[in-house]
Design a protein around this ligand. Structure first.
Ligand code: GLA
Length: 406
């Protein structure tokens, strides 16, 4: 009897110790800076899609001003990110040097200006020896660069994957996350290795807050085109959407699938197509990083980028990524669970003629006898109560985006 009691005590003690050490592990993870960042998909602007290497401090300042004046900041856009080509060399001791012609006042003063507007500042580098545009990469300079970014008050780093030869992707991204964390400054890490090594499987553990799932987007409806060097491929918007299907379970608060930056307003698609692009990014809980010229955008484009009801779907705090729940040729239904138990739904017409698309409640995980209120997020109008299903006529290459609330 006594023996049994002693064993029971030892067993109980070991259970307590096991829980204590599990608690310790969890605590260690929770205290990691990365897990406190990007509780909802990051929103902002990046220079690459419109300006490529043609970046300068004037452009970035004017864009930050336009972000405030256009209502983008009020709508939730926060990060102003300079992509490739801001950097030109390393100095004698290996510090990264900004192009003095294009950034004569230096990066710190630009970051300070952006912060003075209540916005946040992002920058770009690459895990390899050189960036994709041939500027110095961070390989071997990870801690030195992170230290420099923190000294400049950088809030966000997009970290690319060109010129990485035989590097291990998870290890390379974990190294830069360690370097960023060592500065003590909270810096969002945007992993950009184009989905090559399935970053959805390891991006969160490496400390990434978002990871590109595909090669680059280009400003066209669809069509994959090989790069001049024969590598595959630049993608149209619809090609990218197709590649998101099945990745939804990997996203959540603090760690997002990134189907690449927005092309809304860059001129290669119609406004209807841009509305589809924006709606699909929202249903995918994708980072909303605008890539157009904010200084000159038409009001129709501003209205797409600042539609608060569509943005609210993207930014829903549950952090559930939507998925395709129905496909019938060119007619698709995508749906996303919302924190309040409702659903956001995109009826997506990939065809070139008007089509009627129906969403059945059962596709949304609701019983067919349920009555639910439907609201159209582009018309900004309550459409009434519907039982079992909802149908709408959808423009060619268009969407109807609704919320369904039982
Ligand atoms: C890669 C990235 C792009 C952009 C360019 C810059 O192609 O995927 O988003 O950052 O490099 O050179």
């Amino acid at each position: 009897m006594k023996k049994n009691t002693a064993w029971a005590t030892i067993r109980n003690l070991s259970i307590i110790l096991a829980f204590a050490s599990l608690g310790g592990t969890l605590l260690a993870q929770e205290s990691k800076i990365s897990s406190t960042l990007a509780p909802t998909p990051p929103m902002g602007w990046n220079s690459w899609n419109k300006f490529a290497c043609n970046v300068s401090e004037d452009l970035i300042r004017q864009t930050a001003d336009a972000m405030v004046k256009s209502g983008m900041k009020a709508a939730g856009y926060e990060y102003v990110v300079i992509d490739d080509c801001w950097q030109i060399a390393r100095d004698k001791v290996g510090n990264i040097v900004a192009d003095p012609q294009r950034f004569p006042s230096g990066i710190k003063s630009l970051a300070d200006y952006i912060h003075s507007l209540g916005l946040k500042f992002g920058i770009y580098s690459d895990a390899g020896s050189q960036t994709c545009a041939g500027r110095p990469g961070s390989l071997g300079h990870e801690f030195q660069d992170a230290h420099q970014y923190a000294a400049w008050n950088v809030d966000y780093l997009k970290y690319d994957w060109c010129n990485t030869t035989t590097q291990d992707a998870p290890a390379s991204y974990a190294t830069i996350r360690q370097a960023l964390d060592a500065t003590g400054r909270p810096i969002v890490l945007s992993i950009c290795e184009w989905g090559t090594h399935k970053p959805w499987l390891w991006g969160k553990d490496a400390g990434g807050n978002l990871w590109r799932t595909t090669g680059d987007i280009q400003d066209r409806w669809e069509g994959r085109i090989k790069w001049p060097n024969g590598d595959c491929c630049s993608n149209g918007m619809v090609d990218i959407v197709e590649m998101q299907n099945g990745l939804e379970s990997y996203a959540g608060p603090g760690h997002w699938n990134d189907p690449d930056m927005l092309e809304v307003g860059n001129g290669g698609m119609t406004d209807t197509e841009y509305r589809s692009h924006f709606s699909l990014w929202a249903i995918l809980a994708a980072p909303l990083i605008a890539g157009n010229d904010l200084r000159t955008m038409r009001s129709e484009i501003r209205d797409i980028l600042t539609n608060q009801e569509v943005i609210a779907v993207d930014q829903d705090s549950l952090g559930s990524e939507g998925r395709r729940v129905q496909k019938n040729g060119d007619l698709e239904v995508w749906a996303k669970q919302m924190k309040d138990g409702g659903r956001a739904v995109v009826l997506f017409n990939r065809a070139t003629t008007d089509r009627e698309i129906t969403v059945e409640w059962e596709d949304l995980g609701y019983p067919s006898h349920l009555e639910a209120a439907v609201r159209d997020l582009w018309q900004k109008k309550d459409l009434g109560k519907f039982t079992g299903k909802f149908s709408a006529s959808v423009l060619p290459h268009g969407v109807v985006m609704i919320t369904v609330n039982p």
